[in-house]
Design a protein around this ligand. Structure first.
Ligand code: TXA
Ligand code: MG
Length: 321
């Protein structure tokens, strides 16, 4: 395939992205969390092309992005606290795993055969504009090769997937920087399937206590929550004392070659997390470093999502060195 078309977030670029999606092509789109690799969720072949481009196992279902709550309610049921959560956080970086309604019209490949579907109403104006122009549900996993670091800029997408997709809509760096929080609400309670951009502290006042453990090795609730994920090419170490020959990533008063946030601000650290991992990886390769070491990050608020991604990036797996 040729190099991906470079689209701008203007009327022409948005119309072109929507036309390509309707024609069954793959387009990378900016969301408020990370870039998504988008396809028409109603076309089997288009959805199959997402799995092929990412090298993603086909048992790992995709998130469906929709423009509004009405369209979400035609596709899925809203048990337990689902409606209250949608009211509180949509549009925004929350994904709800909900029971499918009959006649939902989605390709079975989107849900990998599950009786549930993951739904999100994104808040990014460019993604919203494409959703309204395309007039159909859009499946979009993060726009990175499977198991690799998520993309928060169009350049990251191009480096990972540029030769495998039709176009990249460049909306600039994504503002939040970590993926959506994934919840599965039911009549019995709400399970936390993935830590993400909306911290637990904001969710539990609505849901009460959450019932799931997302620590590595816990039962896999979201099939994509494999222990090893988000892997740089270089060995990643979390905490501990920096050794000679390592590339270091600091936070707050802990200085490093790079820093997630010199102010020790978790929102800034989340926004910079994946770009910093990409940069540290490049620096490590150019220096021939043995490892990348990240300073300790407080495990509160957005820090939990940051630590979750760092633990997975550090976990031994198919890409470990
Ligand atoms: O912020 C985000 O969520 C980004 C943007 C592009 O929206 N998307 C994203 O997609 O992170 P992805 O594919 O990288 O992660 C989706 C996660 C996977 O872990 C997958 O297993 C889980 O959602 N998932 C999808 N459908 C599910 C279902 N029916 N039941 C349980 N988990 C599901
Ligand atoms: Mg992902």
């Amino acid at each position: 395939m040729q190099a991906a078309e470079d689209l701008q977030p203007d009327t022409t670029g948005i119309a072109r992205a929507a036309a390509l999606l309707c024609a069954g092509q793959l387009v990378a789109l900016p969301s408020e969390t990370v870039y998504g690799l988008a396809a028409d969720a109603t076309q089997d072949d288009a959805v199959a092309a997402i799995y092929a481009a990412k090298g993603r196992p086909d048992f790992n279902p995709l998130i469906v992005h929709l423009p509004d709550l009405d369209s979400a309610m035609t596709i899925a049921m809203f048990p337990g606290h689902a409606h209250a959560l949608a009211e509180a956080f949509w549009p925004g970086p929350l994904t709800l795993v909900l029971p499918l309604r009959p006649g939902h019209g989605l390709s079975a490949r989107v849900t990998a055969g599950h009786a549930t579907v993951a739904i999100r109403l994104p808040a990014h104006p460019v993604m919203q504009a494409v959703l309204s122009a395309a007039q159909r549900p859009i499946a979009a996993p993060s726009a990175n090769l499977s198991g690799r670091i998520s993309a928060t800029t169009a350049a990251h997408v191009r480096a990972g997937l540029g030769g495998r997709i039709a176009a990249i809509l460049d909306g600039g760096p994504t503002p939040v920087g970590v993926e959506s929080t994934i919840l599965a609400p039911s009549a019995e309670g709400t399970r936390l399937l993935r830590e993400g951009a909306i911290p637990r502290e904001a969710i539990t006042p609505i849901t009460g206590p959450l019932t799931a453990d997302t620590t590595p090795g816990a039962r896999v609730e979201a099939p994509g929550q494999l222990a090893s994920h988000y892997a740089p090419h270089t060995l990643l170490l979390c905490g501990g004392t920096p050794q000679p020959g390592e590339v270091t990533i600091g936070f707050g008063t802990a200085k490093g070659d790079l820093s997630l946030s010199e102010q020790g601000d978790l929102t800034e650290a989340a926004a910079r997390l994946f770009a910093t991992l990409h940069n540290a990886d490049a620096l490590a390769q150019s220096r021939g470093a043995t490892a990348i070491r990240v300073a300790d990050i407080p495990d509160t608020g957005l820090g939990r999502a940051i630590n979750d991604r760092l633990r997975r990036a550090a976990a031994p797996g198919p890409f470990s060195v």
